[in-house]
Design a protein around this ligand. Structure first.
Ligand code: 13P
Length: 277
Protein backbone atom coordinates (compact mmCIF):
# COMPACT_ATOMS: atom_id res chain seq x y z
CA UNK A 1 0.00 0.00 0.00
CA UNK A 2 1.45 3.43 -0.89
CA UNK A 3 2.64 5.41 2.11
CA UNK A 4 0.40 8.37 1.49
CA UNK A 5 -2.62 6.24 2.38
CA UNK A 6 -1.34 5.75 5.89
CA UNK A 7 -3.43 8.53 7.38
CA UNK A 8 -6.73 7.10 6.15
CA UNK A 9 -6.67 4.92 9.22
CA UNK A 10 -5.87 7.65 11.71
CA UNK A 11 -8.29 9.80 13.63
CA UNK A 12 -7.75 13.54 13.47
CA UNK A 13 -6.05 13.68 16.87
CA UNK A 14 -3.78 10.74 16.12
CA UNK A 15 -2.84 12.37 12.84
CA UNK A 16 -1.97 15.56 14.71
CA UNK A 17 0.21 13.66 17.18
CA UNK A 18 1.95 11.87 14.36
CA UNK A 19 2.62 15.13 12.56
CA UNK A 20 3.86 16.82 15.71
CA UNK A 21 6.25 13.97 16.40
CA UNK A 22 7.58 14.21 12.86
CA UNK A 23 7.97 17.99 13.18
CA UNK A 24 10.19 17.46 16.17
CA UNK A 25 12.39 15.25 14.06
CA UNK A 26 13.21 18.05 11.64
CA UNK A 27 16.35 19.80 12.81
CA UNK A 28 16.54 23.58 12.73
CA UNK A 29 19.07 24.59 10.10
CA UNK A 30 20.54 28.09 10.20
CA UNK A 31 22.72 28.97 7.23
CA UNK A 32 24.75 32.11 6.68
CA UNK A 33 24.95 33.09 3.03
CA UNK A 34 27.91 35.45 2.99
CA UNK A 35 27.25 36.32 -0.68
CA UNK A 36 30.19 38.27 -2.22
CA UNK A 37 31.57 39.44 1.11
CA UNK A 38 34.73 38.79 3.15
CA UNK A 39 38.27 38.34 1.90
CA UNK A 40 40.58 35.83 3.60
CA UNK A 41 41.51 38.06 6.51
CA UNK A 42 37.89 38.97 7.13
CA UNK A 43 36.85 35.32 6.85
CA UNK A 44 39.27 34.37 9.58
CA UNK A 45 38.11 37.30 11.71
CA UNK A 46 34.42 36.45 11.43
CA UNK A 47 34.94 32.76 12.18
CA UNK A 48 37.13 33.59 15.17
CA UNK A 49 34.41 35.91 16.46
CA UNK A 50 31.79 33.21 15.95
CA UNK A 51 33.90 30.73 17.89
CA UNK A 52 33.77 33.13 20.82
CA UNK A 53 30.09 34.05 20.61
CA UNK A 54 28.62 30.64 19.81
CA UNK A 55 29.71 29.26 23.16
CA UNK A 56 26.65 27.07 23.75
CA UNK A 57 25.40 23.64 22.75
CA UNK A 58 23.57 23.51 19.43
CA UNK A 59 21.64 20.34 20.26
CA UNK A 60 20.12 18.98 17.08
CA UNK A 61 20.33 22.35 15.31
CA UNK A 62 22.75 22.77 12.43
CA UNK A 63 24.69 25.91 11.64
CA UNK A 64 26.18 26.33 8.19
CA UNK A 65 28.63 28.89 6.95
CA UNK A 66 28.54 29.58 3.21
CA UNK A 67 31.44 31.91 2.38
CA UNK A 68 32.66 32.74 -1.14
CA UNK A 69 34.64 30.07 -3.01
CA UNK A 70 37.97 31.75 -2.25
CA UNK A 71 37.36 31.42 1.51
CA UNK A 72 36.16 27.81 1.59
CA UNK A 73 39.49 26.10 2.34
CA UNK A 74 40.44 28.60 4.99
CA UNK A 75 36.97 28.41 6.53
CA UNK A 76 37.22 24.62 6.60
CA UNK A 77 40.47 24.84 8.59
CA UNK A 78 39.11 27.55 10.88
CA UNK A 79 35.95 25.61 11.82
CA UNK A 80 37.81 22.45 12.78
CA UNK A 81 36.69 21.33 16.22
CA UNK A 82 33.54 23.50 16.09
CA UNK A 83 29.99 22.37 15.26
CA UNK A 84 29.88 24.65 12.20
CA UNK A 85 29.36 23.04 8.80
CA UNK A 86 30.50 24.34 5.44
CA UNK A 87 28.50 25.17 2.33
CA UNK A 88 29.14 26.86 -1.00
CA UNK A 89 26.92 29.39 -2.74
CA UNK A 90 26.78 27.82 -6.20
CA UNK A 91 28.35 25.15 -8.41
CA UNK A 92 28.42 23.85 -11.96
CA UNK A 93 26.81 20.49 -12.73
CA UNK A 94 29.86 19.02 -14.47
CA UNK A 95 32.83 17.40 -12.73
CA UNK A 96 35.43 19.24 -14.78
CA UNK A 97 36.08 20.72 -18.20
CA UNK A 98 36.28 23.90 -20.23
CA UNK A 99 33.90 26.05 -18.18
CA UNK A 100 35.93 29.16 -17.44
CA UNK A 101 35.12 30.69 -14.10
CA UNK A 102 33.02 27.78 -12.85
CA UNK A 103 33.49 25.53 -9.81
CA UNK A 104 32.66 21.82 -9.84
CA UNK A 105 30.98 19.67 -7.18
CA UNK A 106 34.20 17.68 -6.92
CA UNK A 107 36.09 20.86 -6.04
CA UNK A 108 33.53 21.76 -3.39
CA UNK A 109 33.84 18.34 -1.81
CA UNK A 110 37.61 18.57 -1.76
CA UNK A 111 37.35 21.99 -0.08
CA UNK A 112 35.27 20.40 2.69
CA UNK A 113 31.75 21.43 1.71
CA UNK A 114 28.74 19.38 2.71
CA UNK A 115 26.11 21.79 1.42
CA UNK A 116 25.58 24.00 -1.61
CA UNK A 117 23.10 26.82 -2.14
CA UNK A 118 21.44 26.50 -5.55
CA UNK A 119 19.18 28.81 -7.51
CA UNK A 120 19.43 31.82 -5.24
CA UNK A 121 17.25 34.62 -6.62
CA UNK A 122 20.39 36.69 -7.27
CA UNK A 123 21.65 33.88 -9.50
CA UNK A 124 18.27 33.64 -11.18
CA UNK A 125 17.89 37.39 -11.71
CA UNK A 126 21.45 38.55 -12.36
CA UNK A 127 22.93 35.45 -13.98
CA UNK A 128 19.85 34.08 -15.72
CA UNK A 129 19.62 30.72 -13.94
CA UNK A 130 16.49 28.77 -14.82
CA UNK A 131 14.57 26.05 -12.97
CA UNK A 132 15.92 23.59 -15.53
CA UNK A 133 19.53 24.50 -14.82
CA UNK A 134 18.95 24.47 -11.05
CA UNK A 135 17.38 21.02 -11.42
CA UNK A 136 20.51 19.75 -13.21
CA UNK A 137 22.69 21.18 -10.44
CA UNK A 138 20.50 19.72 -7.70
CA UNK A 139 20.63 16.24 -9.25
CA UNK A 140 24.39 16.48 -9.57
CA UNK A 141 24.82 17.70 -5.99
CA UNK A 142 22.73 14.81 -4.66
CA UNK A 143 24.62 12.29 -6.77
CA UNK A 144 27.95 13.28 -5.19
CA UNK A 145 26.61 13.57 -1.64
CA UNK A 146 26.31 17.36 -1.37
CA UNK A 147 23.09 18.59 0.23
CA UNK A 148 21.47 21.22 -1.97
CA UNK A 149 19.76 24.22 -0.43
CA UNK A 150 17.34 25.02 -3.23
CA UNK A 151 16.00 28.57 -3.31
CA UNK A 152 12.56 29.57 -4.51
CA UNK A 153 10.41 32.65 -4.04
CA UNK A 154 8.26 35.24 -5.73
CA UNK A 155 8.98 38.86 -6.70
CA UNK A 156 7.04 41.80 -5.29
CA UNK A 157 5.11 42.12 -8.53
CA UNK A 158 4.10 38.46 -8.38
CA UNK A 159 3.00 38.78 -4.75
CA UNK A 160 0.95 41.87 -5.57
CA UNK A 161 -0.71 39.98 -8.42
CA UNK A 162 -1.61 37.24 -5.92
CA UNK A 163 0.26 34.56 -7.86
CA UNK A 164 2.80 33.57 -5.18
CA UNK A 165 1.55 29.98 -5.00
CA UNK A 166 1.57 29.54 -8.78
CA UNK A 167 5.13 30.89 -9.02
CA UNK A 168 6.43 28.77 -6.15
CA UNK A 169 4.64 25.74 -7.54
CA UNK A 170 6.23 26.10 -11.00
CA UNK A 171 9.64 26.60 -9.37
CA UNK A 172 9.29 23.53 -7.15
CA UNK A 173 8.05 21.27 -9.94
CA UNK A 174 10.92 22.49 -12.13
CA UNK A 175 13.77 22.24 -9.65
CA UNK A 176 12.67 18.85 -8.27
CA UNK A 177 11.91 17.26 -11.66
CA UNK A 178 12.87 13.57 -11.73
CA UNK A 179 14.40 13.68 -8.26
CA UNK A 180 13.41 10.62 -6.22
CA UNK A 181 11.59 10.86 -2.90
CA UNK A 182 14.66 9.43 -1.17
CA UNK A 183 16.72 12.30 -2.53
CA UNK A 184 14.10 14.98 -1.96
CA UNK A 185 14.10 14.11 1.74
CA UNK A 186 17.78 15.12 1.84
CA UNK A 187 17.19 18.49 0.15
CA UNK A 188 16.71 21.74 2.00
CA UNK A 189 14.21 24.10 0.39
CA UNK A 190 14.72 27.79 1.07
CA UNK A 191 11.70 30.04 0.61
CA UNK A 192 13.12 33.49 -0.05
CA UNK A 193 10.58 36.04 -1.22
CA UNK A 194 12.61 38.29 -3.52
CA UNK A 195 10.98 41.43 -2.09
CA UNK A 196 12.31 40.55 1.36
CA UNK A 197 15.93 40.00 0.36
CA UNK A 198 18.26 42.78 1.43
CA UNK A 199 15.35 45.18 1.87
CA UNK A 200 14.98 45.04 5.65
CA UNK A 201 11.33 44.13 5.03
CA UNK A 202 10.86 40.51 6.08
CA UNK A 203 7.76 38.45 5.38
CA UNK A 204 5.64 38.36 8.52
CA UNK A 205 5.74 35.03 10.35
CA UNK A 206 2.20 34.34 9.09
CA UNK A 207 3.01 35.24 5.46
CA UNK A 208 6.06 32.98 5.56
CA UNK A 209 4.25 30.14 7.34
CA UNK A 210 1.44 30.22 4.76
CA UNK A 211 3.89 29.72 1.90
CA UNK A 212 5.93 27.11 3.81
CA UNK A 213 2.75 25.16 4.49
CA UNK A 214 1.86 25.39 0.81
CA UNK A 215 5.34 24.14 -0.16
CA UNK A 216 5.08 21.19 2.20
CA UNK A 217 1.60 20.35 0.91
CA UNK A 218 2.82 20.48 -2.67
CA UNK A 219 5.79 18.20 -1.91
CA UNK A 220 3.26 15.91 -0.21
CA UNK A 221 1.20 15.82 -3.39
CA UNK A 222 4.21 15.29 -5.64
CA UNK A 223 5.73 12.60 -3.39
CA UNK A 224 4.03 11.59 -0.13
CA UNK A 225 3.08 13.08 3.20
CA UNK A 226 5.89 11.11 4.79
CA UNK A 227 8.46 12.65 2.45
CA UNK A 228 7.05 16.17 2.84
CA UNK A 229 7.27 15.92 6.62
CA UNK A 230 11.00 15.22 6.39
CA UNK A 231 11.99 18.12 4.12
CA UNK A 232 13.61 21.04 5.90
CA UNK A 233 12.18 24.34 4.65
CA UNK A 234 14.15 27.45 5.52
CA UNK A 235 12.93 31.02 5.34
CA UNK A 236 15.22 33.73 3.97
CA UNK A 237 14.80 37.47 3.50
CA UNK A 238 15.83 40.10 6.05
CA UNK A 239 16.10 37.61 8.91
CA UNK A 240 17.44 39.52 11.90
CA UNK A 241 17.81 38.87 15.62
CA UNK A 242 14.58 40.86 16.18
CA UNK A 243 12.38 38.73 13.92
CA UNK A 244 14.10 35.34 13.93
CA UNK A 245 12.36 34.04 17.05
CA UNK A 246 8.83 34.61 15.75
CA UNK A 247 9.64 33.27 12.29
CA UNK A 248 11.29 30.13 13.65
CA UNK A 249 8.37 29.41 15.97
CA UNK A 250 6.13 28.70 13.00
CA UNK A 251 5.47 24.97 12.61
CA UNK A 252 6.62 24.78 8.99
CA UNK A 253 9.65 27.07 9.25
CA UNK A 254 12.61 24.81 9.95
CA UNK A 255 15.43 27.27 9.73
CA UNK A 256 16.75 30.42 8.18
CA UNK A 257 18.95 31.38 5.26
CA UNK A 258 20.54 34.57 6.49
CA UNK A 259 22.23 37.21 4.34
CA UNK A 260 23.24 40.56 5.84
CA UNK A 261 22.85 39.53 9.47
CA UNK A 262 25.31 36.62 9.11
CA UNK A 263 28.20 38.97 8.39
CA UNK A 264 28.52 39.99 12.03
CA UNK A 265 29.10 37.41 14.74
CA UNK A 266 26.73 39.05 17.23
CA UNK A 267 23.69 39.14 14.98
CA UNK A 268 24.28 35.66 13.51
CA UNK A 269 24.74 34.25 17.01
CA UNK A 270 21.50 35.87 18.18
CA UNK A 271 19.66 34.22 15.27
CA UNK A 272 21.20 30.84 16.13
CA UNK A 273 20.07 31.30 19.73
CA UNK A 274 16.55 32.10 18.55
CA UNK A 275 16.48 28.77 16.70
CA UNK A 276 17.27 26.88 19.89
CA UNK A 277 14.37 28.33 21.84
P1 13P B 1 19.22 39.19 3.60
O1 13P B 1 19.16 38.43 4.91
O2 13P B 1 20.34 40.15 3.54
O3 13P B 1 17.89 39.80 3.27
O4 13P B 1 19.51 38.11 2.45
C1 13P B 1 18.76 36.96 2.41
C2 13P B 1 19.35 36.03 1.43
O5 13P B 1 19.37 36.29 0.25
C3 13P B 1 19.96 34.79 1.94
O6 13P B 1 20.25 33.92 0.91
Amino acid sequence: MPRRRKFHYLTRSLKKQYTTRKNLMRPKVIAGNWKMNKDLLETEGLINDLKRTVNFELGSAKVLLCPPFTSLSLAKKSIEGTPFLLGAQNMHYMDEGAYTGEISPKMLLSAGCQYVILGHSERRQIFGETNELINKKAKKALSVGLIPIICIGETLEEREKNITEQIVSVQIKGVLKDISSQDVEKCIMAYEPVWAIGTGKNATPQQAEDVHKFIRKLIGQLYSWNTAEKVVIQYGGSVKPENAGDLLLQPNIDGALVGGACLKADSFTAIIKAALR
